[in-house]
Write a protein that binds this ligand. Structure first.
Ligand code: ADP
Ligand code: S3P
Length: 292
């Protein structure tokens, strides 16, 4: 019989389970003015000389016009002074955070879509705590890795623990949560995630396969079998999983499509879009959701 560990689930003790005090509803004043048609319209509060930061990703630059004027990444090339993306995300997070009212953000999407990477960037910008569901499940099961849990106990045991973790997290606030790629499949998980705002990172399967192969499939047991070369094998598994899950991802409150971002930015593919740019787009989409 399978051992159940869910009742012994421990969250790190720095995660406060106290609900934060609710802020009075209302003050959307500043950012409403700046919701524009184009990507990255935002008030410019600070100027900085262009500082290209290379983390292996292309960075965004936004022209700096003057205090409290709109700027757009699409206008950036001809301008003499720039805000780089770390300035942009700070400014956007400051605008959006008061309107979240402490609600947590749940990142959903396929394996390798960047939930952990983008989630960390978002949590830092919003000054929220970052939690990774897979890591919490591993802790709950006494330190076994996800791959070991699948092997020793099976997928449904893993899924039960995933649900238990989401249930605990749903009573907390000011978190950015990176969920596992399969969390969207169980309706009960949505009940928990609906306590916050869910964000689907929609990344083309080819890009997912390339990212996953670069780090290896060892830690992702659902990709760790099949025939063929690594790319073909991974693409096949991802395609099957996406057929089963595509509709469930689309139930998220907000969708961040890397294909749409690349098209707007004039990039040939999504590989040049940095995690920070994706986090900025997520904040913009959340802002749209909250002002609907
Ligand atoms: N925007 C991006 N561009 C290129 N690689 C990325 C990007 N975001 C994440 N990655 C890489 O893809 C891999 C999977 O990212 P990760 O955040 O672990 O995804 P998930 O948590 O959704 O499984 C990691 O190696 C990460 O560095
Ligand atoms: O798609 C899935 O079913 C899974 C995704 C994984 O998380 P990531 O999406 O963080 O890789 C992990 O939860 C487990 O291997 C199952």
């Amino acid at each position: 019989m399978e051992a159940r560990v869910s009742s012994g689930l421990q969250l790190p003790n720095w995660v406060s389970t106290e609900k934060i005090a609710r802020k009075p509803a209302g003050s959307l004043q500043l950012f409403r003015k700046y919701v524009g048609q184009r990507l990255y319209h935002m008030p410019v509060t600070r100027c900085a000389r262009a500082k290209e930061r290379f983390h292996g990703f292309v960075t965004l630059k936004v022209s700096c016009v003057s205090e409290n004027h709109k700027a757009s990444v699409l206008e950036s090339e001809s301008s003499p002074a720039f805000l780089d993306e770390s300035d942009i995300i700070k400014s956007k997070a400051e605008e959006v955070e008061p309107n979240l009212d402490g609600r947590s953000l749940y990142l959903v999407g396929m394996m390798g879509s960047g939930k952990t990477t983008v989630g960390r960037v978002l949590s830092e910008a919003l000054r929220y705590s970052f939690l990774d569901c897979d890591a919490l499940i591993e802790d709950a099961v006494g330190g076994s890795t996800v791959a070991e849990i699948f092997k020793l106990h099976g997928e449904s045991f893993f899924r039960d623990n995933e649900t238990e973790v989401l249930k605990k997290l749903s009573s907390m606030h000011q978190l950015v949560v990176s969920t596992g790629g399969g969390a969207v499949v169980r309706p009960v998980n949505w009940r928990h995630m609906r306590k916050g705002i869910s964000i689907w990172l929609d990344v083309p399967l080819e890009a997912l396969a390339r990212r996953i192969i670069a780090v290896g499939t060892g830690s992702r047991p659902l990709l760790n079998h099949g025939d063929g070369d690594p790319y073909t094998k991974t693409m096949k598994r991802l395609s099957t999983l996406f057929e089963q899950r595509g509709e469930a991802y689309a139930d998220a409150d907000v969708r961040v499509s890397l294909e749409n971002m690349a098209a707007k930015l004039g990039y040939e593919d999504v590989s040049g879009i940095s995690p920070t740019a994706i986090a900025i787009e997520a904040l913009i989409q959340i802002e749209h959701l909250l002002t609907k």
